[in-house]
Design a protein around this ligand. Structure first.
Ligand code: M6R
Length: 370
């Protein structure tokens, strides 16, 4: 069932173009209107929500953090993202106007299930974004939006992450359409870009895998890896670090690049491997230039800088030990591409160390205890 791949994880990484395509399938009618059939929450309720809280754990929480940037931008509704186990044990400000979005691949994560119950007790409407039909979390929620990534067997989540981001984006665009805000005209363009993502993910797999494999083999003895990103690249950095911890048992941290000078830069010394996710040059607010200067800062202190950037970005080369290029897309779609080399890096590094990538030590696929 590994489809000729050496591990389930490898297969699932290669399933990603299909997982994204399947999550998009059938959700868009010919007039460009999104239909989320499973959306059983009344439209009038959705029109009046004044806050969204995303609850999830691990990789699913990083998908939520990516989505926060998009949903706030498109819907102009504040989005909080909280680890389910933290949400549950505080006294969150939740009203009938709060929409809680619970993201879970398995639908059986106990921490997330308990947080869903907690949210509903406070009167919130809960929508589950889930990959497993009929599992506990969608059953206990008011509505479910299924990701169609197919079964994910490897403990480390890969295709579920991409499809969770896509499902969250569909939800965000649906809410934007429903609420008729100023981004309504842009939605068609955004959806068109979303439809190009499967082939772009495929091109990352086709063009970058060997380079990332070589990179992983050369770095199999590193003691720690730092990942940096800004904006949507920040949760991508944290996801890259989580993959490396889980699979290769290497200390790894994901930082917001802007935070470097507030502390983490003290960690940099000769040879420290730093992987930097660079935003598009065509993106907003000169973020590109800021990240370039972050690369420069760590490089000046001896870091080995590996950069993930979009094709055509030549400016990054000056301060990069190595550049991994991904196809061009919009700022908000970039995580669907930049995450992929980080997944491959962790998998190949663990493989080079002789570790079992499908069943890392101490971990279970679905965490059904608190
Ligand atoms: O099934 P869930 O999406 O609720 O699982 C959440 C986390 O346990 C999960 O994403 C975990 O962090 C993965 N092992 C990450 O690769």
């Amino acid at each position: 069932e590994k489809g000729g791949f050496p591990s389930f994880m490898d297969k699932e990484i290669h399933d990603q173009p299909q997982a994204v395509a399947d999550t998009l399938l059938g959700r868009l009618d010919i007039d460009g209107k999104l239909t989320l059939d499973e959306m059983r929450i009344d439209e009038t309720v959705l029109k009046t929500i004044d806050k969204i809280i995303v609850i999830a754990c691990g990789t699913a929480a990083y998908a939520g953090q990516v989505a926060k940037y998009a949903i706030e931008h498109w819907c102009r509704v504040p989005v909080e993202v909280e680890l389910a186990h933290e949400f549950r044990y505080r006294d969150p400000v939740v009203t009938e106007k709060t929409l809680v979005v619970a993201i879970s691949q398995s639908g059986e994560t106990m921490d997330t299930t308990m947080a869903v119950r907690h949210a509903r007790q406070q009167g919130a409407k809960v929508i589950a974004i889930c990959n497993t039909f009929g599992s506990t979390i969608p059953r206990e929620s008011d509505a479910a939006l299924y990701t169609h990534a197919g079964p994910e067997i490897a403990v480390a989540s890969t295709k579920a992450f991409l499809s969770q981001v896509v499902a969250c984006y569909l939800l965000g665009l649906y809410l934007a359409q429903l609420r008729g805000n100023k981004f309504r005209d842009e939605i068609t363009t955004i959806l068109e870009e979303l439809q190009t993502i499967p082939e772009k993910v495929q091109s990352v797999l086709d063009n970058d895998k060997q380079q990332v494999l070589d990179l992983a083999r050369r770095n199999q003895d590193v003691g720690s890896v730092l990942f940096l990103g800004r904006h949507v690249g920040y949760p991508v950095a944290m996801e890259g670090a989580l993959k490396l911890k889980e699979l290769a048992y290497i200390h790894a941290e994901g930082f917001a690049a802007g935070e470097l000078k507030h502390g983490p830069i003290a960690l940099i010394d000769d040879g420290q491997l730093v992987i930097i996710v660079v935003p598009s040059k065509r993106g907003r607010d000169s973020l590109h230039a800021k990240v370039i200067s972050n690369i420069q800062e760590v490089r000046a202190r001896g870091a080995n800088t590996v950069v993930i950037a979009e094709e055509g970005d030549e400016e990054v080369q000056e301060f990069a030990s190595e550049v991994i290029y991904v196809p061009q897309t919009t700022t908000l779609m970039a995580p669907l591409l930049t995450t992929v080399p980080l997944q491959i890096f962790a998998m190949e590094l663990a493989t080079a160390k002789g570790l079992d990538v499908d069943q890392p030590r101490n971990l279970a696929k679905s965490v059904t205890v608190e």
